[in-house]
Design a protein around this ligand. Structure first.
Ligand code: HEC
Length: 142
């Protein structure tokens, strides 16, 4: 009896895992065009931001293989959409955004900790965080 129930739970789970793959949400991995590049103060600031921020805050998102698998694809898509809408280094709005970026790097709110686990370049040392924050401040004229 319990073996049968377990079997159906496993079969049901596998079927659900397959079925959700056809939901189209989160499939769009297209890169919007660069409208206005951020006013980088130096190649180094850009390099650090590239490693720690670009996946969610630019049109140069590198979509990993698991970004094609639901439900992870939905979570990643949501992060990138929200990230780009708040701050986009490829669609720069105004220099005060660099101040917000500096503050979030300094306070370690960004990059998000779950992202850091899988992305070594985003695991900024204290020195790298300070360097990146200082670069952002220069971009804001400070
Ligand atoms: C894994 C995706 C991801 C990465 C990587 C990431 N961010 Fe974010 N970021 C988000 C999301 C999602 C939001 C919007 C939700 C929030 O504010 O927490 C956000 C919000 C922000 C905001 C707030 C903007 C506003 O107007 O409120 C700033 C500033 C920011 N990020 C800077 C950075 C910087 C700088 C880096 C790199 C050091 C970075 N982020 C890396 C996903 C990311």
């Amino acid at each position: 009896m319990w073996k049968k129930v377990l079997l159906w739970v496993v079969i049901g789970g596998a079927a659900a895992a397959l079925l959700i793959q056809v939901i189209p949400y989160g499939r769009d991995h297209s890169a919007p065009p660069t409208t206005k590049e951020a006013p980088w103060d130096s190649p180094r600031t850009k390099e650090l931001a590239d490693g720690a921020c670009f996946d969610c805050h630019s049109n140069q998102t590198e979509w990993p293989w698991y970004s094609h698998v639901a439900p992870l694809s939905w979570m990643l898509y949501r992060d990138v959409s929200r990230g780009r809408s708040k701050l986009d280094f490829s669609d720069w709005k105004d220099d005060s955004q660099a101040l917000a970026a500096a503050a979030d790097v300094q306070s370690r709110r960004m990059p998000p900790s779950n992202y850091k686990m899988l992305h070594p370049l985003a695991q900024l040392t204290d020195a790298q965080s300070a360097e990146l924050a200082a670069g952002f401040k220069k971009m804001a004229g400070q």
